[in-house]
Design a protein. Structure first.
Length: 136
């Protein structure tokens, strides 16, 4: 669905709407939920992302999006579980950055530092550079 890559979220939601019924696939539910997260509507997104995971519990993309939505709604402890489950599809570092934030607000400094380090590694790799050394 090219609407998402073009950030035309309203069009994406309109295209998904006919398929949002009792027999909606995990993919449709995930795409709807992820679109709502991108539109800064995390509360609404959560129900679609949870429904996607009920149908396909191993869907890493849905875990990552649900973790982000939960973090945005002030539930960092619950977010951590889903962000961890979504790390395998983190191509741009965003899931690791969200994980860093969740660990940070829950007072888990060591875990936060590791997530930040991984975020920086992924970002540097995507940019074709090497990460700066960590200052201690």
């Amino acid at each position: 669905m090219g609407f998402l890559s073009g950030r035309d979220y309203e069009r994406a939601l309109a295209a998904l709407k006919p398929d949002l019924n009792d027999s909606a696939t995990a993919d449709v539910l995930f795409l709807n939920g992820a679109t709502l997260v991108n539109m800064q509507q995390p509360e609404e997104a959560i129900r679609f992302l949870r429904a996607a995971l009920q149908k396909l519990p191993e869907m890493a993309e849905a875990h990552a999006a649900l973790g982000q939505a939960l973090l945005l709604t002030g539930k960092p402890v619950e977010a951590i579980t889903h962000l961890l489950a979504g790390r395998s599809v983190d191509n741009d570092g965003s899931t690791h950055y969200q994980l860093f934030r969740a660990y940070q607000v829950t007072g888990k400094g060591q875990e936060a530092a590791q997530a930040l380090k991984e975020y920086q590694r992924i970002r540097a790799s995507a940019a074709g550079t090497t990460p700066a050394p960590t200052v201690r």
